[in-house]
Design a protein around this ligand. Structure first.
Ligand code: TDO
Length: 186
């Protein structure tokens, strides 16, 4: 397993080993002990799985406010998606900055997104599945959203995305008052 910091140092790109043979491949998609060796100590409690039928579907940008904040470990089960995290920790040196990675079934890459980041993605192929682990349960009362195209993200997409009504009506980043504060670590 290879773990690399992205341009937002707390967001990590994870590339699990794949052992190919005549049948296909085998891969550990999550190993708590190994991840802890890389400084990721997380107790995941919920796995999510969604299918987006159309290419150009955007889900996000989403977060849950404290005390229900969620760290997420994201991968693509089928197809290809562009996964994005935005730093929404007030006072962070990278506040408002974003990072994006293409995750596909083929490349097997995963993105670790800590608490304090908004998360979203766009699908690049029809029938794309996303699978992600969360370290806090779904808490709709803590649900937050930021308008997908209000953070300067280069989605690599010029069309009109497929959106939920909630996401189409989300507040823009300029009017957004984040519930997260950055805490410097030694
Ligand atoms: C997120 C979530 C939704 N739901 C329900 C609520 C609703 O009826 C239906 C669809 O919910 P949403 O429209 O919020 O689904 P979606 O837009 O896919 O929401 C997800 O987007 C990505 C980007 C994330 O990062 C996730 O944390 C989550 O917010 O599923 C759950 O039961 N549990 C959950 O954990």
């Amino acid at each position: 397993m290879k773990v690399t910091a992205t341009v937002l140092p707390d967001v990590l790109l994870i590339e699990p080993a794949r052992f190919g043979d005549n049948r296909g491949f085998f891969s550990e998609s999550w190993n708590k002990e190994r991840m802890a060796e890389h400084g990721i100590s997380v107790d995941f409690v919920q796995d999510n799985h969604s299918l987006s039928s159309a290419a150009g579907t955007v889900r996000g940008l989403h977060f849950q406010a404290p005390p229900n904040a969620q760290a997420k470990l994201v991968r693509c089960g089928r197809g290809l998606l562009f996964d994005v995290a935005v730093d929404i920790r007030k006072g962070s040196p990278t506040y408002g900055q974003w990072v994006g990675e293409e995750l596909s079934f083929e490349n097997g890459k995963q993105l670790f997104i800590p608490e304090g980041f908004a998360h979203g993605f766009i699908t690049r192929t029809p029938d794309t599945e996303i699978i992600y682990k969360c370290n806090a349960y779904y808490a709709p009362e803590s649900d937050g959203a930021i308008l997908w195209n209000s953070c300067g993200i280069d989605w690599g997409f010029n069309g009109t995305p497929e959106l939920s009504a909630k996401d189409a009506n989300a507040p823009s980043f300029t009017s957004f008052d984040s519930p997260f504060t950055w805490e410097a670590t030694a």
